[in-house]
Design a protein around this ligand. Sequence first.
Ligand SMILES: CC(C)(COP(=O)(O)OP(=O)(O)OC[C@H]1O[C@@H](n2cnc3c(N)ncnc32)[C@H](O)[C@@H]1OP(=O)(O)O)[C@@H](O)C(=O)NCCC(=O)NCCS
Length: 145
Amino acid sequence: MKIESLYSPHKAAMRDLISAIHDQIGLLPQFYWPADMLGAEMATAEAVGIFEGEELAGFILYREVPGAWEISLVATHPKFQRRGLMEKLIQHLIAAKGQRRELWLEVHESNHSAQKLYEKLGFKLTGRRPRYYKDGATALLYSCP
Ligand SMILES: CC(C)(COP(=O)(O)OP(=O)(O)OC[C@H]1O[C@@H](n2cnc3c(N)ncnc32)[C@H](O)[C@@H]1OP(=O)(O)O)[C@@H](O)C(=O)NCCC(=O)NCCS
């Protein structure tokens, strides 16, 4: 297992990983990353990935905002899920952000596995955005100090 920053040469592997998740669960509002949206996000966000051997097993997209890093996407390939990899990758980001930044993210109210993950890592629920998603669902805002 290794953790590395991701760049343009990794974009195909990131796309393939997201496709594998959509093949598994469909293009749901809980995780809605069609190719055009993913491409736009990858073009402007920072990326960090976790590898099993040479294979990209999971990655995070995030961006710098005043006082924080805001996470926009968190994904583990279905065949590598529930092995503690995303927990390790987020812990890496928590260590890398240092004391002066927070980590922020938002999650669909129905995405219970992601909520459990964030809560296990010490994220706190800091707010709600009603009707934020296209299905009318609420976004839950989480922060890690
Ligand atoms: C959410 C997701 C990133 C978790 O990745 P992962 O590598 O499987 O997570 P980990 O194995 O590190 O799990 C760590 C903890 O998260 C929670 N968790 C993860 N998957 C879970 C699930 N399916 N059900 C319940 N809790 C879950 C658990 O607390 C788990 O700890 P435990 O195994 O000791 O119980 C992964 O399921 C995924 O890619 N889902 C689809 C994309 C998505 O919804 N992303 C989040 C919104 S952007």
